[in-house]
Design a protein around this ligand. Sequence first.
Ligand SMILES: [Fe+2]
Length: 288
Amino acid sequence: MSLKLAYVGVEASRLDEWKRFGDLVGLQPVELPNALCLRMDEKARRFILTEGAADDHAFSGFEVDTAEEFDRAVEHLKQANIPFETGTSAGAELRAADRYVTFRDPEGLQHEIVFGCQDADTPFAPKEPMQGYVTGDEGLGHIAVNAKDYAACEAFFAKATGAGLSDHIFSNFGDSKVQVTFMHLNPRHHSIAYAQFPFETSRKIDHIMIEPVDLMDVLKAQARVAEAEIPITITLGEHPNDHAVSFYCTTPSGFRLEVAANCIKVQPGAWEPTSYDYFSMWGHRVAG
Ligand SMILES: [Fe+2]
């Protein structure tokens, strides 16, 4: 089973601000009757924003390549005793996909196995010209979500999707620890991370990460975000595990977007997980 993160759904209260934000960071807003999409390549859907008060993660879709793989993935959920529901035709239309099923992780986040994600009718055309994003077999990037029990989420997600452990970061936070697990489904270092903070978090999602092909496009996006006075919550820096050179800024829904380049790839099945006790090799100054 080879999965890739195909789309992320967000319930957002300010779609007009997301449209402006999409243009600024280098994505392409496309308005639908019932949603705002942000494109980043040939695919019709990557970010799917529907109007609502939550300003949080609504669903994340993990795509398989064939109908046979889809059937196998659904059978796998059954065999693993993971409750799931079949997606509706309206839901499939929103996702521009053929078929999907939904299930929930221990934190209550809705994940989906999906098949038949459609291409758009027109080429990707962001307002700010750029060299494109690393997507394809690696999917759109990654999501990092807040967990009360990272180990339980790690075990569940591995069981549900066959994800492999990439590594952990266990870092001191005052007298407590931040504990993060990073998991891969394909050559992308991680498609999902579960972070356990020693305090309550206001949202289920911490950030979504996108990866421009060219580091220069990360720098240009950071400059445009700063110019627009959108908060940069973590300045440019490099993570020790995936070697992402990235910055983080606040989205109109209050969680963060990480814009990264330079990420290493892993070989699923032949990767040795390790552990780090720090989040950054350089930079990544946390604002405030
Ligand atoms: Fe990240």
